[in-house]
Design a protein around this ligand. Structure first.
Ligand SMILES: Cc1ncc(COP(=O)(O)O)c(C=O)c1O
Length: 241
């Protein structure tokens, strides 16, 4: 390919890796690939992009946080081994790791109903506003087991992956509810059997860990409901344009 000049390589292991040693070995292999590109293929690389993959804790019960100190320690020795010889820019895409926990999904209760002894808090834009919590019921349906369900890239989620709260309500008067959307689809369930403060129509519901794989992964246009808005706040809580 005479008209193509290769200036870098880009590899991605997978998303949501919590074992620092896996990331370290992966980085080591990518450096090996870069050496092959330089020595065997004679390519003049300007950069190596290692992709993303740094995971966050979704499930307090099942996930152990990524040991960043250990990863950084191991990576420093890798970098000093290869950096001078390769003389390239090294890029890691921090994806979900940086932004997931800084975003929240906010919606409000449009109706409350009781059916067969169960209380349902019905919000505007459930599955079609923030899909990820509803994936749990989907995985449960397809997995048919009682284990904490795991889904795969880019849907990683667990039953306890999201915290739900109601603005301005304290936890002195809580009750068991299902938090659902209002689509004509049985999968429009954000959380089943959770304990929430007694709520009223109009109350605002906040869902955690919505800073990544949220707006971009949700079927926002499904049933033509109004789209959620995205706001970026600075460290003082001021909305940025
Ligand atoms: C090429 C590439 N880079 C980066 C990412 C981001 O991964 P994460 O947000 O899990 O770090 C992905 C996710 O699929 C990817 O495919």
């Amino acid at each position: 390919m005479d008209n193509i000049s290769i200036v870098g390589i880009h590899v991605h292991i997978r998303s949501q890796v919590l074992d620092y040693d896996k990331l370290y070995k992966y980085y080591e292999n990518v450096f090996g690939l870069a050496i092959f590109c330089k020595e065997t293929m004679k390519w003049e690389l300007e950069f190596i992009n290692f992709g993303g993959g740094l995971g966050i804790v979704y499930s307090l019960l099942n996930d152990n946080p990524l040991n960043l100190d250990a990863l950084s320690y191991e990576c420093n020795s890798l970098i000093s081994k290869f950096k001078e010889y390769l003389n390239v820019r090294l890029i890691i895409e921090t994806g979900r790791f940086l932004v997931c926990e800084s975003g929240q999904y906010v919606t409000h209760i449009v109706d409350i109903k009781e059916s067969r002894g169960k209380k349902y808090l019905i919000v505007e834009n459930g599955l079609n506003g923030f899909l990820r919590p509803s994936i749990v019921s989907l995985v449960d349906t397809y997995a048919h087991d009682d284990l904490n369900p795991k889904s795969y890239e880019p849907f990683f989620t667990t039953r306890d992956a999201f915290d739900f709260s109601i603005v301005g309500k304290d936890s002195s008067n809580i009750e068991n509810v299902d938090l659902v959307g209002n689509l004509c689809a049985a999968t429009d369930v954000m959380a089943k059997d959770i304990m929430l403060p007694k709520a009223s129509v109009g109350d605002i519901v906040v869902v955690s860990r919505a800073g990544s794989y949220a707006y971009s992964l949700t079927p926002l246009l499904f049933t033509s409901h109004p789209l959620p808005l995205q706001f970026y706040l600075d460290s003082n809580g001021k909305i940025l344009n």
